[in-house]
Ligand binder design. Structure first.
Ligand SMILES: C[S@@+](CC[C@H](N)C(=O)[O-])C[C@H]1O[C@@H](n2cnc3c(N)ncnc32)[C@H](O)[C@@H]1O
Length: 353
């Protein structure tokens, strides 16, 4: 979604500088040194946290077979999955802090202080002005295009595109569908065959997306869909199910539930993408919000989000809980830093695992 009218010349210069910096970071392809230094400890701690809950999680898969909203015990099963995943994350984080020795010990303590915030993003507050909310989302979109984030998200999907027919892609909690609108524009340029559906629980965001799709002549469909209950859709209804930049807005346990619900309807893969927790970017992005977009709520929310985002191994852990609790063969779950500032988790569906 773009603001009407071309940006001022100073903003264009700034955009070029930001874009060039993002390209350099993407070429280096590394998370910040503090994130990287805890990566192995996080992987090991995630492994232990999952191992001790594996039997209970796989036991839930039986309850989720032939899942329907009115299946007896389904709400309870979802609550159990959510609780187990949330507990696994806490156990993993505690474990990392206990295991961190030498120079890693203060890094782990600082990370805990950094991520522990009770501040709510303005965009999640019902009393936040609608116009400012839309403006903020527009600026987030613009920044993502400038730093090449949406193109990087699409690159994660590329290995799963179907040959010989259009790939069916569903975006959950898509807001106004900024990502899929950009994917549609890229697909038109590259001649990719995609059937793009942006979904959200709030129709007022979808309405904005619909309008933008029409204005830009882009083939994206917008539908209301609860990301935490996909039983209205047939199993395998889509090839790819994605969720971008929304996961930190959900309580951690519900990320596992969302993964499970996404796996129900994805025949190839579920791709989860969110920002990466970062202190370095917290010094840069809010500044960009003020200088480039003159948008204080954007600056506020980017600061809060950069504290709330997950580390790659944490999001991977939550997705693994959701995958283990899903019927079918065990799925492979890969999590990684996605330069310049995001992280991606790929869960291969049964047939692709
Ligand atoms: C940060 S916003 C949208 C982000 C969007 N994916 C993007 O990249 O710009 C988070 C979205 O999650 C949606 N949401 C919250 N709970 C949901 C649920 N249970 N099912 C579907 N969408 C939900 C909200 O309506 C909101 O649009």
């Amino acid at each position: 979604m773009r603001d009407q009218g071309a940006p001022h010349v100073v903003d264009r210069v700034l955009d070029r500088a930001v874009s060039a910096t993002a390209r350099v970071i993407a070429t280096l392809g590394r998370a910040s040194p503090t994130t990287a230094s805890l990566s192995l400890l996080r992987e090991e701690a995630a492994e232990r946290a999952v191992a001790s809950r594996r039997a209970t999680l796989t036991g839930l898969a039986e309850l989720f077979r032939d899942e329907q909203p009115d299946t007896p015990g389904i709400t309870e099963a979802k609550n159990t999955l959510s609780r187990l995943a949330a507990e696994a994350l806490v156990a993993m984080r505690d474990d990392v802090e206990r295991a961190a020795a030498g120079p890693r010990a203060p890094i782990a303590r600082l990370d805990r202080r950094w991520r522990e915030t009770s501040t709510v993003e303005l965009i999640d507050r019902v009393d936040f002005d609608e116009r400012k909310r839309v403006r903020l989302m527009t600026h987030l979109d613009e920044m993502n295009v400038t730093i090449g984030a949406y193109a990087a998200f699409l690159d994660v999907l590329r290995p799963f595109l179907v040959r010989g027919r259009a790939t069916r892609v569903l975006d959950l909690a898509a807001g106004h569908g900024g990502f899929l609108l950009e994917v549609a524009a890229i697909a038109q340029r590259e001649g990719l065959a995609l059937e793009l559906v942006a979904s959200d629980i709030a129709d007022e965001y979808l309405a904005i997306g619909r309008r933008h799709a029409e204005e830009r002549g882009l083939p994206v469909t917008f539908v209301v869909q609860d990301a935490l209950d996909t039983t209205n859709l047939a199993p395998g209804a889509y090839d790819l199910v994605v969720c971008t930049q929304s996961l930190h807005h959900f309580p951690p346990g519900l990320v596992a539930v969302l993964t499970h619900e996404a796996l129900r309807i994805a025949s190839r893969a579920v791709v989860l993408i969110d920002g990466a927790r970062s202190k370095t970017n917290a010094a840069l992005i809010p500044l960009l919000g003020i200088v480039r977009y003159r948008d204080l709520p954007f600056a506020h929310d980017s600061w809060v989000s950069l504290r709330k985002f997950f580390a790659p191994e944490e999001l991977g852990l939550l997705a693994r809980c959701g995958a283990l609790a899903s019927p079918g063969p065990e799925r492979s779950v890969e999590s990684r830093f996605l330069p310049p500032g995001h992280l991606a988790v790929v869960v291969r569906s049964g047939a692709q695992a």
